[in-house]
Design a protein around this ligand. Structure first.
Ligand code: ADP
Length: 295
């Protein structure tokens, strides 16, 4: 009997020692995770601080460069318009080249600023339930003059049923949709047509911009969302462009958890579409974190 008790005691002692060691190792691991967590939190703060400094630096640089570029633009414009006396054909060509180069620089600065704003996922985005219809209507007003000047019909196909408010950063979505409308007007000839439409697809809202402009050549389609890429037909017909607009749109759509795609036929026209899913706040937080990791 005594032997039995001794064996039982030894066994109990062994079991106790085993669990005691497990608890110690768990405590050690727990401490490690707490330290790691604090370290990552600090790193995260540092990254956000650096991103803010980067954005402020870009914003300041863009602001400082815009003023002299605007002056150069108006001086060149005055020369080209003949305000300082008549020009011969060669002089006019040279000045027009300089004018377009200057315009491109202005566009590049705008895109640079937009990129810095849209890549600051954690900082720059403010999600709130808002109406996509209101965003589209606002843009129709903003672009009506540009369309009129090119004699392009700009139409907004309202959805049959009102679309429920959606969690989005409406300024960023307005920037994205504005870029697509701007492109559609830019790459469509006089007398053309640009149609903006919204559709409730159940789990997301689909936004499309259709034009009957120059289209995108088949062999260049896969590069279209690459930074600084411009298709040959675009480069030869419209001098002003940076190849950054679609990259900005793609980033904005991605951070909203959506998708972007297009269909196009050279010489016939293009439809760019993107979707924004109906999501709740916690889903957005997760997607934003995922996006920041992949930048
Ligand atoms: P940008 O218009 O400044 O060149 P984007 O990034 O907005 O830059 O567009 C990249 C390229 O995609 C354009 O240069 C053009 O070749 C093509 N593209 C974009 N939108 C259209 C469109 N609506 N029709 C035809 N080509 C387009």
């Amino acid at each position: 009997m005594i032997v039995f008790y001794i064996i039982a005691l030894v066994l109990l002692g062994l079991i106790f020692a085993y669990f005691y060691r497990r608890v110690l190792s768990f405590k050690k691991r727990y401490k490690y995770f707490v330290c790691e967590n604090n370290r990552l939190r600090e790193e995260n703060k540092k990254i956000r601080r650096l991103a803010k400094i980067k954005s402020e630096f870009i914003a300041m640089t863009v602001h400082q460069l815009r003023t002299p570029l605007a002056k150069i633009k108006w001086i060149l414009y005055a020369f080209i318009s003949g305000d300082f006396g008549p020009l011969d054909g060669k002089q006019k060509d040279i000045l027009e080249g300089a004018y377009h180069a200057n315009e491109n620089m202005v566009l590049l600065l705008k895109d640079l600023l937009d990129i810095s704003k849209t890549e600051d996922a954690g900082l720059g985005y403010q999600f709130a339930k808002s109406s996509i219809e209101t965003v589209a209507e606002g843009l129709m007003k903003s672009f009506s003059l540009a369309a009129k000047q090119k004699k392009i019909g700009l139409v907004f196909e309202k959805p049959k049923e009102p679309i429920p408010d959606i969690m989005m950063d409406s300024r960023k979505i307005s920037l994205a949709l504005g870029n697509l409308i701007d492109n559609a007007i830019k790459y469509t000839g006089e007398g053309g047509m640009v149609e903006v439409s919204l559709e409730n697809s159940g789990d997301c809202v689909k936004i499309s911009v259709k034009d009957n402009g120059i289209g995108i050549p088949e062999e260049e389609k896969e590069k279209i969302f690459t930074q600084f890429f411009r298709a040959k037909n675009a480069e030869s017909s419209i001098e002003d462009g940076t190849g950054l607009g679609l990259y900005i749109v793609k980033n904005i759509v991605k951070i909203h958890g959506g998708k972007i795609w297009f269909e196009s036929k050279e010489g016939e026209g293009t439809v760019f579409s993107f979707s924004i899913p109906f999501r709740e706040e916690d889903e957005i937080k997760k997607d934003v974190e995922k996006f920041v990791k992949n930048i």
